[in-house]
Write a new protein. Sequence first.
Length: 249
Amino acid sequence: MNVTAYRRGRTVRTIAASIVAAAALSLTAACGGGGDGGSDNADKANSSATAPASSTDEQGAGKAEAGKENQADTGSQAGNGSQADKGDKEGAAGVKDAKSQAQKSGGGSEAEPVGDCDINKTAITVQNVKSPINHMLLKATNKAGVDCKLVGYPGLKFGANAQAATPVNEDSKPQAVVMLAPGESAYAGITTSAADGSGAEGGKVDSLEVFIDGSEDPKPVELPGGSVYVDSAAKVTYWQTDAQTALTW
């Protein structure tokens, strides 16, 4: 009985020890498995937490770089625009200066002002006409090599004893100043005396001096036939571009 009881007690202890050992092994395995799983989950969590942060940083850095590039592009465009504007302004100023210099040197595109005709370079003649009666025609031809203008009307001094120039017929004033190219002529009609004999202080004169605007000295002009009858009705027209118009008055 004692031996049997002893064996049974030993067997029970052995079984209990085996159960304890098995439980210990199971616990160790469970702890080891839980440690590995916790490490994996922690790594995954860390990875999950790190990934967005890294992505955000990269996106932020990308945006910052894009912002810098945009600012650089904007600055470059603004700079280029400013340089272009500056270049345009400098170019326009250069063209203006070039035109100014060309005009000063006589090479400008703008026409030079036309000066008064020089009496010493103007051929002046006078002739009798059949109609109207008591009229003569004065002709002035530009003999200079450049254009010139005849302003107003010719000043006439009939005879050496004339006290005043022959008055002008105001009705004959043209709308524009007469311009003469080289070789061209202008005309003025001269009424020598009243057609009905109503003029006073009449008499024959044997000389005529002609003045033109812009010249101080007169030019002597030979009278047809050497003399002409002149009275107080004498008048002269403004310069005209053709003879027919000059003899209208």
